[in-house]
Design a protein around this ligand. Sequence first.
Ligand code: DGY
Length: 320
Amino acid sequence: MKPVLAITRRLPADIEARAHASYDVRLNEGDTPLDRDAILALANGADALLVSVGDPIDAAFFDALPKSVKIIATFSVGTDHIDLAAAARKGIVIGNTPGVLTDATADIAWLLMLGAARRVSEGEAEIRTASWRGWRPTHLIGTQVTGKKLGIIGMGRIGQAVAKRARGFDMEVHYYNRKRLPADQEYGATYHDSIDDLLPHCQFLSLHCPSTAETRGMVNTDLLAKLPKGAILVNTARGDVVKDSDVIAALKSGQLAAAGLDVFAGEPNIAPGYRDLPNTFLLPHLGSATAETRTAMGSRALDNIDACLAGKDVPFAVKT
Ligand code: DGY
């Protein structure tokens, strides 16, 4: 008899096929977001559970989790939707998918930076609504990216990949990270040992830190006021790292010229103020959404499950 694997969302076809080959799969065929009780019902009697970004794997979930489940593998690098302390208390292994979404996410950060700076959503809306009045010298004037100063908060794999791309745009890159990186991982960026020290250098600010107790709500009015006036904010990390009402106020006052956002607190709902502003460039959490990356993420998630159920070391186990 094959072990039972419960999967909360549809996966790329090749990954689902691999799962079916090794497991008795219980899949949320409808691909709708499941609440805690629905995930628990799906996991009832399962040996392993494969979850995704946004699934509420909180302390109450672990309290009610059937004892048969040995591993929860998340189809993500982020683990902020999982209560890791509760997992440790219950002895449940957690696996994630690091390393394979670095380039795809760095590309989207760059897309947002360019799109926000160059007023791409306003321009595209004119084309789509047939309201373009033709080329004119004062039409949709944006901000030049090349040669500007870019600040990065969180210089992990994705932050580094963003810094690497910035070299092609002749940018002066500055970063804050809990620890200074070895010189060969800095990509010519200047290290700052505090966020306060970094902020005056950020004509563009790109966020690449996880959502933790320390970072939640970190981008607030106080932080934004320390940026040069007219800075551009890019977020491909997690929505709750920014305080929406403060970012919206800064976009209205001109303290921020624009924001490019791929992630939102409470996805798929977003603070309505963002939609109403012309100077936002908004995407529905597409950072890792390339065929190559999603297949690689699925492989890592299944590798974690295969190893755990075979009693081997889980290759991408999360420290709980
Ligand atoms: C992750 O893996 O945490 C990403 O947010 C998915 O795009």
